[in-house]
Design a protein around this ligand. Structure first.
Ligand code: PGA
Length: 251
């Protein structure tokens, strides 16, 4: 089993003081973790947190990236700009972006393409709503979302990270069962296998109310290679407990 990837998604949270104390607590609690770790932070704090994580096992991530390289796109942040701040990962296509910012599969695919072109690993989020799950559309939805990214990225697809985040499990305290998550991860793995010979080593993360109590069981599933963690990534003790659970799973 390869190393897991544990990624925090801080969303619209943080302040200079909060960030400093959270990263300090994480650094103090990390002793040679056997998993990869990243925090995806609000854009204005990239410089601050880039400095705070320097020399630690924590990589820097962004929560979004523009689908444009430069020009008249007020409010956008390009992959080139992120790269200048040492960003290693960028979440793209989070359901909150799809829902509140009307991001389409094509836009998400283009964001992933531009991130890759700048040496940033896109964490491409896919996931169904509750209505879609109840309508037995889960597979169809996640496959359509991933297909757009595969189509736009050709052989580079092996360089992306995928995150399966059922929308009904995000921030609700309602987690997919390990079996439910594994089932969708296996579908996504099969889809990646048809696209690249590298699929077996690609990382497919689970996200949606992952916490210190349920992480070990979720991460123990054969096709769950890590976690994308919202709420629990804002509490050092909880995030450290998830990292410890992931570290224990390395063969
Ligand atoms: P949650 O968020 O862990 O708070 O459910 C996960 C996410 O939205 O990435």
């Amino acid at each position: 089993m390869s190393r897991k990837l544990i990624t925090g998604n801080w969303k619209l949270n943080g302040s200079l003081a909060f960030n400093a104390s959270l990263v300090e607590a994480l650094r103090a609690g990390l002793s040679a973790p056997a998993c990869s770790i990243a925090v995806c932070v609000p854009a204005p704090y990239l410089a601050q947190i880039g400095g705070l994580v320097q020399g630690s096992p924590i990589d820097l991530g962004a929560q979004d990236v523009s689908a444009h390289e430069a020009g008249a796109f007020t409010g956008e942040v390009s992959a080139t700009m992120l790269r200048e701040f040492g960003v290693r990962y960028a979440i793209v296509g989070h359901s909150e972006r799809r829902q509140y910012h009307a991001e389409t599969d094509a836009v998400v695919a283009e964001k992933a393409r531009l991130a890759l072109a700048c040496g940033i690993t896109p964490i491409v989020c896919v996931g169904e709503t509750l209505g879609q799950r109840e309508g037995n559309q889960t597979e169809e939805v996640v496959k359509r979302q991933l297909a757009a990214v595969i189509h736009a990225n050709g052989h580079c697809i092996s360089e992306i990270v995928v995150a399966y985040e059922p929308v009904w499990a995000i921030g609700t305290g309602r987690t997919a069962t390990p079996a439910q998550a594994q089932q969708v991860h296996a579908v996504l793995r099969a889809q990646l296998k048809a696209a690249t010979p590298q699929a077996a080593r690609m990382q497919i993360l689970y996200g949606g109310s992952m916490n210190a109590a349920n992480a070990a069981e979720l991460l123990g599933q054969p096709d769950i290679d890590g976690g994308l963690i919202g709420g629990a990534s804002l509490k050092a003790a909880d995030f450290l407990a998830i990292i410890a659970a992931a570290s224990r799973l390395v063969a």
